[in-house]
Write a protein that binds this ligand. Structure first.
Ligand code: AMP
Ligand code: ZN
Length: 475
């Protein structure tokens, strides 16, 4: 398999260092808000990478963390007047639900940063021992002048690096490359820890370096990934910390996913911008459902663009994606209803050619868009064969087997199947609404009872009143 490595800016052959198990760290969600569909573009692309590696026969050990302490989580939990752990817990849970809804495979480790403070402290102590740190106003900083490789990943121009100047915030621009904070001195009203360091809390960057080494070490790990916005400063700083402490390379491959973009609506400007919470232009899976789409459609949309290209999101491209998914499921329904008869001699060759082309595209830096092209070419060819009476029931198992193998990487059809098996509204919610409707009727509030019935009907659930009580069924 070939993967584009941001470190070298080249596509390179990839195999895990031990030839069997891929040790992969993927930066997870900062749990100060529910993840949006931009975040999930990155998480889904990295899920496809994981599936592709498994498809190649490797075992994958993946860490995908939760950043549950940083500038944003602290600010938002303070605003909400809730303890940090409690505040972030709701978004960890929402992430788990959304990840499952999008068909992301479970990962081996999903650590919360605050459960790994000792590992961060020990990395900071190792950095201190190697002469990479200094203290200012009680906070501990990484001195970038002590790390000659600083800026290699982001290709920073060393003339522009302001060594000696400091930056305290987690996020900042390339132009502001400075000594960055490893451990922030405790401030009144902020959560703090004392893991053998003065009371304080970790900077964002040290969290990932420490958890990656703790869970996937010894260094180097095989793959480190995230969205392109993480290249600088986050991943640059992760490298400086991990390598400064261990005196070994951190990760062999760096994989970065391009952004999901959204159209700018203002008349005077045309174009698109990154979907991001700070710009206030985000949609999440609830919005996707409110527009009548299911997560499998979004998953298809994600995969239909190569992960290193920007993806322009709109509801009309979602509608096109849904049509494409339907074309696939309609075809498979036809395969299930093939007339009896012996397998046709040409079918096996068609399936084999498509399987080979599919695998080649996936192995070429995860070209899911081209792989989907192969899938649809095959659908077209087999639809014509069905029309011509050249595909029979005895061909069905081989055809289904081929599409199931494609889906081990794509994860679209199995997701659609699971969605089809589920009522469009969660059962617990249907039952709660039935209770509410009964209460409304007892109170002779028929307008409210009717509203609940109509609301459920609009969402695909029909209520039937019987002498034994209210029953529900799918429309
Ligand atoms: P955060 O919660 O901000 O740390 O982001 C979680 C992940 O989502 C990171 O890998 C980001 O790079 C990624 N990400 C954030 N915004 C977008 C976007 N609009 N498109 C794709 N990935 C994104
Ligand atoms: Zn990270």
């Amino acid at each position: 398999m070939r993967l584009y490595n941001t470190l070298t800016r080249h596509e390179e052959p990839f195999a895990p260092s031990d030839g069997r198990t891929v040790r992969m760290y993927t930066c997870g969600l900062t749990v100060y808000a529910r993840g949006h569909i931009g975040n999930f573009r990155t998480f889904t692309a990295l899920d496809v990478l994981r599936r592709a590696l498994e498809f190649e026969g490797y075992t994958v050990t993946q860490v995908r963390n939760y950043t549950d302490v940083d500038d944003r989580t602290i600010a938002e939990s303070a605003k909400a007047g809730r303890p940090l752990r409690e505040y972030t817990q709701q978004f960890v849970e929402a992430f788990e639900r959304d990840a499952a809804a999008l068909g992301l495979e479970p990962v081996e480790y999903a650590p919360r940063a605050t459960d790994h403070i000792p590992a961060m402290a020990s990395m900071i102590r190792a950095l201190d021992g190697n002469g990479h740190t200094y203290v200012s106003d009680g906070s501990i900083y990484f001195k970038i002048a002590t790390f000659p490789d600083y800026g290699r990943l982001a290709r920073l121009d060393h003339a522009g690096i302001k060594s000696g100047a400091r930056v305290d915030s987690d996020k900042y621009d390339k132009d502001d490359a400075r000594d960055f904070v490893l451990w922030k001195a405790a401030r009144p009203g902020e959560p703090s820890w004392e893991p053998g360091l003065p009371a304080g809390r970790p900077g964002w960057h040290i969290e990932c370096s420490a958890m990656a080494e703790e869970m996937l070490g010894p260094l180097p790990i095989d793959i480190h990934g995230g969205g392109v916005d993480l290249i600088f400063p986050h991943h640059e700083n992760e490298i400086a910390q991990a390598e400064g402490a261990a005196r070994r390379p951190f990760s062999r491959f760096w994989v970065h996913v391009e952004h999901l973009m959204i159209e700018i609506e203002a008349d005077e400007v045309r174009g698109s911008e990154k979907m991001s919470k700070s710009l206030g232009n985000v949609y999440n899976l609830e919005d996707v459902a409110a527009h009548g789409f299911r997560p499998s459609t979004l998953r298809y949309l994600y995969l239909n663009t190569h992960y290193r290209k920007q993806l322009k999101f709109s509801w009309s491209v979602m509608a096109q994606a849904e049509e494409a998914v339907k074309r696939l499921t309609d075809f498979l329904a036809r395969v299930d209803a093939l007339p009896p008869g012996e397998a046709h001699a040409e079918t096996a060759g068609k399936l084999e050619d498509a399987s080979k082309a599919f695998a080649e595209h996936i192995a070429a830096d995860l070209n899911t868009a081209a792989a989907l092209g192969v899938v649809f070419d095959l659908v077209r060819a087999l639809n014509s064969a069905i029309d011509a009476g050249e595909l029979r029931a005895d061909d069905a198992a081989a055809v289904r087997g081929t599409f199931e193998r494609f889906d081990r990487v794509l994860g679209i059809l199995s997701l659609r199947c699971a969605e089809d098996a589920q009522p469009p509204v969660p059962v617990a919610e249907i039952e709660r609404l039935i209770q509410e409707r009964r209460a409304a009727r007892s109170a002779r509030n028929f307008a409210e009872a009717d509203r609940i019935r109509k609301d459920l009907e609009a969402r695909g659930i029909v209520l039937e009143d019987t002498p034994a009580g209210t029953r529900w069924k799918r429309k």
